[in-house]
Ligand binder design. Sequence first.
Ligand code: PMP
Length: 275
Amino acid sequence: MGSIAYINGELLPIDQASVNIEDRGYQFGDGIYEVVVSYNGSLFKLDAHLERLKRSAEVINLEINHSITEIRDICQKVFLKSKLDFASLYIQVTRGVSPRQHNIPENYEPNLIITVREKPEPAEMVKAVTAEDLRWKKCCVKTTNLLPNVLAKRYAHDSGCDEAILIREGNLMEGTSTNIFLVKDGVVLTPPADDYILEGITRNTVLNLIEERGYSSKVRYIKAQELFSADEVFLTGTYVEVMPVVEIDGVTINGGKPGPYTKTLREDYRNLLAP
Ligand code: PMP
């Protein structure tokens, strides 16, 4: 069937699916989302993504009118219907439709939408720029309110790069849609999953791979300048998997090539996706 959309129980081709203009997701960015990908016909880490959806909902007091088990079943059904083996599945829950006013209505009916489309292959490596992190103090919530992220992404694009690495008060946080890792003197470093970054499902999977490999690692705050003396830098994300960064702000990393730690972890991650 290809690209399809699910809206509150109805399945439609994506280009025929639409939502009410008074949806609070559209009006206020009052919603949350997840992106899950499939490899060889099965959705990778779906449960971890749905757990995070639940955590996001709890932080913003969004009462989803489906249990996580129900959402899991719907995701599986919509995914199977698409007949795509390598797909990306987008799940969004908003605080529903009501006459536009900032205050959250006492009674609201959340809108659940899911879209499934073909997943592109990730690039081999990317270039990045640094940018000030202009986001709020609850970046642990995967909110649809992504204006600072999209502006930083556009800045990266305008600079001839693929991703912007966000800096808050001199510390590295994450990319606009990725988590960040550095390798320095044989130690793999990544910032802690506090309120200021999204705790990536891929990040956590890669931290496990690092442990299985027996690599030294440290989860700690990282100064922005440490980027430029790193031996290797890579990003992680559902979409990009383990992505080598070979240039940052015009400074070449590891001679402009993916380094050995990054290559090994990228391979290990690929093997998990498609064993
Ligand atoms: N940080 C941000 C801001 C993101 O949007 C994403 C993508 N969801 C990530 C990190 C990576 O998370 P995950 O590995 O779960 O895709």
